[in-house]
Design a protein around this ligand. Sequence first.
Ligand code: AMP
Length: 193
Amino acid sequence: MRLLLVGAPGAGKGTQARLIAQHFGVVHLSSGELLRDHVAKGTPIGRAAQAYMARGELVPDAVVLDMLRGPLVAAAAAGGYVLDGFPRTVEQAEAAYDVAKDLGVSVQLAVYLKVAREALIARIVARGESSGRVDDTLDVVERRLDVYDKQTRPLLDYYRERERLITVNGDRPVEEVTRSVLVQLQRARKLLD
Ligand code: AMP
C-alpha cells in the first residue's frame, strides 16, 4: 500500500497518516517531521531548510527529494508507506514519479482531507500552543495557507486527472475521518493491488 495524504496545514494529515499507517502496518513518512528532526539535529539538510520553514515557505525541491529518496525506497520495500506533506507541488509529484516508477514504488492513491480555511486557522493556532512549532503562529499560518493555495492545491487536479484522488470531509472528529478514509480505501481497493 502506497498512499499520500493531501490537505492544507492543519487539515489533520499527520494524525490521519499515523492512524492509517498503523491500521495497515506500513510506515508513516512525514516530510515536515523529518525536516524538523534535521533542524533539531543541525544537519546540513536542517540548516538548508530552517529559514524557509520558519517563514512558512516551501523548502527547495532538491533538499526535500534528497532527504526522502532513501526512506521512501526503504518503506516501499518493507510493505508500503503513508506519506504526508510530500509531494507538495506538481513539480515534486512529477520528480517523485520519475524516480519511483522504475522502482515500482509510486503513489497508488492520494487522500484529500478537505477542511474550510476558517477551521484550519483555529486548529493550527490551538496546536501551536502545545506543539511549540515556530510556524504555528497566526502570521506564519496565513503565509502557509497562501502557499498551500498557490503551490499545493494544483496537486489535487494532478491526482484527480489520473483518477487517483479520494476526497474526505476532514472537518469532523478524528475517528470519524479515519473511518471514512478506510471505507473509501476499501471502495478503491483495486487501485491498491
Ligand atoms: P508540515 O509539517 O507538513 O506542515 O511542514 C512544515 C514545513 O516544512 C512546511 O511549511 C515547509 O516549510 C516544509 N516542508 C514540508 N514538506 C515539504 C515539501 N514536500 N516540500 C517543501 N517544503 C516542505
